[in-house]
Design a protein around this ligand. Sequence first.
Ligand SMILES: *Cc1c(COP(=O)(O)O)cnc(C)c1O
Length: 408
Amino acid sequence: MNETVQQLVPTAIALERQYVLQTYRRPDFVLVRGEGVRLFDETGRAYLDAVAGIAVNALGYGDPELVATLRVAAEGLIHVSNLYHTEPQARLAQALVECSFADRVFFCNSGTEAIEAALKFARKYARQHYGAHKTHFVAFTNSFHGRTMGALSTTATEKYRAPFEPLVPGVQFVPFNDLQAAEQVITDQVCAVLVEPIQGEGGIHLATMEFLQGLRTRCNEQGALLIFDEIQCGLGRTGTLWAHEPAGVTPDMMTLAKPLAGGLPTGAVLMTQAVADAMVPGDHGSTFAAGPLVCQVAQVVFRRVSQPEFLAEVRAKGEYLAARLDQCIRPHRLVRGVRGRGLMWGIECTVEATVVVNAAYRRDLLVCAAGTHVVRLLPPLIITRAEIDEMVDKLAATLDDVVQESAR
Ligand SMILES: *Cc1c(COP(=O)(O)O)cnc(C)c1O
């Protein structure tokens, strides 16, 4: 880099390039501030955020109740460890249980940790009930469950897996939404089946109702536990509190993370009493999980996103967005398909998604990729209809820009 160019690179970017492990390819602006659905960079430029920290910032930026809660919580206990009782954790668990199929909650700090915990719980449950042979897992094509060894073993994408093999043995992948294929591999060897009701990273693929119902039935027949990974699609993102609700079936375990604590690292596994009964003190744990500060914030997020009026608004705005996408995006020559529900959408393109993501920056729009060719929209759930219009207009203009650029 010559000197004049170097002077133009903001300090944060220069330092990142020199000191941070390069596992992300980031655009050349530095974010400093947020407000509602908008992020601002160092130069004051505003971006309409249709990523929301990858489905984390459900309440957007600077939510007054969330900020006030954090302020007050910061004056109290931040961390004491899980060796001791604290009230916010107990209250958060109560809220999650009362609004779900579950009887108990295990807390951790991220999505991948929630998956690791669920895999361990399934192993122990199967061992206790059926013996040591029942250790296999079934997962699906285009699945994403995380980056640590166990979660990675159930993640389908070859590019994420191959450099790190050997992974946990005994995981079989089946085509997503292919119930017959799934039924064939869900044998008495299988301790758990892991599925995202709406696949996020893999490209926004919606499980059919029959698929989720069929998995439930087959798991019951074979004594396998059914795990729904709602880390991305859960907590109101699709207009119902849980993405599996429309299917009318419930899992034995459900993993949560992304939006749960408003941007503070948190994960959770919700489970039935039968699963909980397999675990005893000492079987699993976490130093940081569910500290008082994190749980006070999570209680606020959960109370807000679980309110029926809030969910009804997400559904209505989701329908509005669907109609706008149908009108302005689906007919575009670069678009192969549009899929989604609520405020979780994927636009499958004929060009690589990163091309669109990068072009969108120039239109002051933040979108992200899901798989190689899908552009993903995950705006904060507080987005207004006017902001949805703006998001769709900016995306349409971006697609036109990409066409223009490729013609040049
Ligand atoms: C993001 C994600 C994970 C992993 O969560 P991390 O917090 O990044 O470890 C797992 N499953 C799904 C469906 C996700 O979207």
